[in-house]
Design a protein around this ligand. Structure first.
Ligand SMILES: Nc1nc2c(c(=O)[nH]1)N[C@H]1C(S)=C(S)[C@@H](COP(=O)(O)OP(=O)(O)OC[C@H]3O[C@@H](n4cnc5c(=O)[nH]c(N)nc54)[C@H](O)[C@@H]3O)O[C@H]1N2
Ligand SMILES: Nc1nc2c(c(=O)[nH]1)N[C@H]1C(S)=C(S)[C@@H](COP(=O)(O)OP(=O)(O)OC[C@H]3O[C@@H](n4cnc5c(=O)[nH]c(N)nc54)[C@H](O)[C@@H]3O)O[C@H]1N2
Ligand code: SF4
Ligand SMILES: [Mo]
Length: 734
């Protein structure tokens, strides 16, 4: 997609790479002086698709980029963010040196040693005064795996910080928990090839046209004339492009999938053999869904009884049916059970382990998958268990550290850490590569209590983020492109990130910052093996040995590059064989063996819960939130720095309103309106559009206003915030 329209001229021989790029992109001719002297290949640092980008280097500087042609993920494509990956590095508000808040309350430039002393003095003082549990860190899905692992190990084993979570809690926790409970390990089973091999694709609560455009390209490459079903309350770009859109009522997914199971069982459209051999608890599940009659499900979901049968028939007639879900499912007060309701359908129809099938959660950030396995937050490194003595001993041995330095309890979840701040129990917080003051749910509450923190450290590439502005200490970090390491994408593919630019000013890589902190904290010796990202990669390989995520067969970064990335698991024996397509494009569970001890998957289910905040006369609208455009990334610290991307999205926060509601409320296109919930009140521009149904409104998360309105409710099992539903009202702003 999105090809740059450049006219190039050639006056000399080209490298093979450039010849290819030129012919593919139709670039014409490139003058010698503009020719790069080298191409560096790197994985994009925005979303979890994991596209490969060829960075054009000229005299040691990154001057341009083109998407990699023969990479098995993006096949020569990139979305606007990928094309514009370089400008955010050169922004004027890059954090150039450490900043410490002085007595007058202003952030003031200090040296690295001063910054380190301030961090260590304050954090140790807080630990001494308020106890070990009074410190916490919030990490991210957007730094390389090797940095995540170092952060997690340093904080928990070295500094004795017991509580650490990440922004993946806002995003993937539901899928993680659902997979763990159903399959026995957190393992999205698919390969992107499945987008091309299905004859029925069901997208639930995902808008890939906007959020994963290159994956949508893969869907468009499907040659089987597939049925594409989209379940989303809004008629999104994806829904418009689908063969069928079911505009279900918000948060009726769980009931809808139980109703679907009811019909499939009633009609006998299930795979008894697969159920028998590879699953547990089907008969209980079958009993459970008896009461989810088409009439009842129709009432709750808003789909007609005919539509329910039509949906079931399409699934039954499909030979290769795949289910894909994203935040419309994960970000819910009953997200885990809703995700499992999808998994159950895949299991009962035997739609797993074969090409073009699967119960597939698409991840969000470039390294959400790395964070899930190796951040040492919600689980002990490598999907191990903090509560399990054997696991602790194993990790201590591999890392050559004292077993007692590994916490014997799980960390507080993100929301519990925030509760701790509000309740004055957490007094020191270290935030790395995430921007909670914008992205956390019910933001006004967090802002109100932030002053409870005696020391807030923010480690970011910019000093201007909403969170950095509240910090006592800002640590200037190098960004994607200024450091090396690996990312793991949605289909479990590891890829290499390259250093193609120098960090500005005194900014350092997160890796080097962590090492420096270790030195000042006095636990440097514990990390003697952790000399470089490549050295850490070797440690992680060892930790993964014998686990479902075994990567011992990956020789080194170079092998990853040579093979166009490698999906886990990849065992040592495989690494010794010549590469084949089966090795680089593959799915899990082809043998029907899951990760529970008896190797069977489980049917898990529960009665639905009431919507936490129903609409009423005073707040008559359901407020939905999510991604706005393919050119905006989250809290916009990066994408707002590209002049090209800025032209591609609305400057001001907006709210989508159905034309019918706009007429009733006498609201005109583009006019400022006031959107209000029990938590707050903001101004937004009205976008009047039939994308959104009457009675619902939608606001994108990219503007700081949106989370002033959201309701802080969490899934009971995953503790993921339920960003996507609350009651709101709209009035004219004047
Ligand atoms: N351009 C861009 N791409 C991104 C990102 C970005 O910020 N910008 N972020 C990345 C990240 S971290 C993530 S997690 C992914 C998110 O990717 P997506 O999950 O695809 O994006 P969202 O827009 O948050 O939510 C998807 C859809 O869920 C729908 N929805 C809301 N409530 C319900 C419901 O109750 N049921 C159903 N079935 N649907 C519902 C919304 O209408 C919305 O269209 O995107 C990744 N890609
Ligand atoms: N209402 C609503 N809210 C939501 C969502 C929603 O759908 N609706 N979605 C949620 C989801 S799925 C997500 S993932 C979160 C995302 O929320 P955040 O994680 O808060 O969003 P980002 O803007 O990606 O923040 C990343 C920060 O890291 C910095 N950074 C980038 N690269 C580096 C680096 O290499 N090193 C360091 N140290 N810093 C770096 C960036 O400048 C930025 O400040 O938002 C959540 N919030
Ligand atoms: S789809 Fe995702 S990984 Fe690919 S270029 Fe866009 S932001 Fe980067
Ligand atoms: Mo996310």
């Amino acid at each position: 997609m999105m090809k740059k329209n450049l006219i190039y001229q050639v006056d000399g021989p080209l490298t093979e790479e450039l010849e290819l790029a030129k012919s593919h992109l139709g670039l014409g001719h490139l003058p010698r002086r503009l020719l790069p002297d080298k191409i560096e290949r790197s994985i994009c640092g925005f979303c979890s698709t994991g596209c490969s980008l060829d960075i054009h280097m000229k005299e040691g500087k990154a001057v341009n980029l083109t998407p990699t042609l023969n990479y098995p993920v993006n096949l020569g494509n990139a979305c606007p963010k990928g094309w514009e990956a370089l400008p955010p590095l050169r922004a004027a508000d890059r954090a150039l040196y450490p900043l410490l808040r002085n007595k007058e309350g202003r952030l003031e430039r200090v040296s690295w040693p001063e910054a380190m002393t301030a961090l260590v003095d304050n954090f140790t003082r807080i630990q001494k005064t308020y106890g070990k549990e009074s410190l916490a860190f919030l990490s991210t899905g957007q730094i390389v795996t090797e940095e995540m692992a170092l952060l997690g190990a340093l904080a928990k084993f070295g500094m004795g910080i017991l509580h650490g979570d990440g922004n993946t809690r806002q995003c993937m926790a539901t899928a993680v928990t659902a997979y763990k409970q159903s399959f026995g390990f957190d393992a999205p089973p698919y390969t992107y090839r499945d987008f091309e091999e299905s004859d029925v694709l069901v997208f639930v609560g995902g808008n890939p046209c906007i959020a994963h455009p290159i994956l949508w390209q893969r869907v468009l490459m499907n040659r089987h004339n597939p049925e594409i079903i989209v379940l989303d309350p809004r008629k999104t770009e994806t829904a418009m492009d689908a063969t069928k859109h079911y505009a279900l009522n918000p948060k009726s997914d769980l009931v809808l999938f139980y109703g679907l199971a009811h019909i499939l069982i009633q009609k006998g459209w299930i795979d008894r053999d697969f159920i028998e051999r590879h699953t547990n608890h089907f008969s209980k599940f079958s009993n459970h869904v008896k009461s989810y009659t088409p009439d009842m499900v129709s009432q709750i979901s808003g789909l007609s009884v005919n539509e329910l049968y039509e949906f079931a028939t399409t699934i039954h007639q499909g030979k290769r049916v795949s289910f894909w879900w994203t935040m419309g499912i994960n970000q819910s007060y009953e997200g885990v059970r809703a995700a499992q309701a999808i998994i159950n359908i895949a299991l009962m129809t035997g739609s797993i382990g074969r090409p073009g099938t699967g119960a597939n959660s698409i991840t969000g950030q470039c390294n959400a998958m790395g964070s899930r396995l190796f951040s040492n937050t919600t689980n002990l490194l490598g999907g191990h268990d903090f509560l399990n003595g054997e696991d602790r001993r194993k990790i201590a041995k591999i890392l050559a550290i004292d077993e007692d330095s590994i916490p014997q309890k799980n960390s507080l979840a993100y929301d519990e850490i925030i509760e701790g701040v509000i309740g004055n129990e957490i007094k020191g917080l270290w935030v790395i590569a995430t921007n909670p003051i914008h992205s956390w749910i019910n933001q006004n509450q967090l802002r109100e209590y932030l002053h409870n923190l005696e020391f807030l450290v923010v480690q970011d590439m910019y000093h201007t983020t909403d969170t950095a502005q509240c910090a006592h200490l800002i640590l200037p970090a190098a960004a994607w492109g200024e450091k090396e390491g690996t990312f793991i994408n949605s289909e479990r593919r590891l890829g290499v990130v390259k250093k193609i630019a120098q960090p500005p000013g005194e900014a350092m890589t997160d890796f080097d910052i962590f090492k420096l902190i270790a030195r000042y904290w006095g636990c440097e010796r514990m990390f003697a093996q952790w000399t470089s990202p490549q050295a850490v990669f070797e440690i992680l390989k060892e930790i993964s040995r014998g686990r479902p995520c075994d990567i011992t067969g990956i020789r080194d970064y170079q092998m990853l590059e040579e093979r166009g990335g490698i999906q886990w698991p990849f065992l040592r024996e495989e690494g010794l064989r010549p590469a084949t397509t089966e090795m680089t494009e593959r799915r899990l569970f082809a043998d029907g063996r899951f990760y529970h001890e008896d190797q069977k998957a489980r049917f898990i289910f529960e009665k639905e819960k009431p919507i936490p905040e129903e609409v009423n006369e005073q707040y008559p609208f359901v407020l939905l939130t999510g991604r706005g455009t393919s050119s905006q990334w989250h809290t916009q610290t990066r994408t707002a720095k590209s002049a090209i991307l800025r032209k591609m999205y609305p400057e001001h926060v907006y709210v989508e309103i159905n034309p019918q509601d706009a007429t009733t409320l006498n609201i005109k296109q583009g006019e400022w309106v006031r959107v209000e919930t029990h938590r707050g009140r903001v101004k937004a521009k009205a976008i009047i559009t039939p994308i959104i149904k009457p009675g619902q409104i939608f606001m994108p998360m990219h503007y700081v206003e949106t989370n002033q309105l959201t309701l802080a409710i969490f899934d009971a099992y995953s503790r993921q915030p339920s960003y996507k539903i609350c009651a709101a009202k709209i009035t004219s702003a004047y």
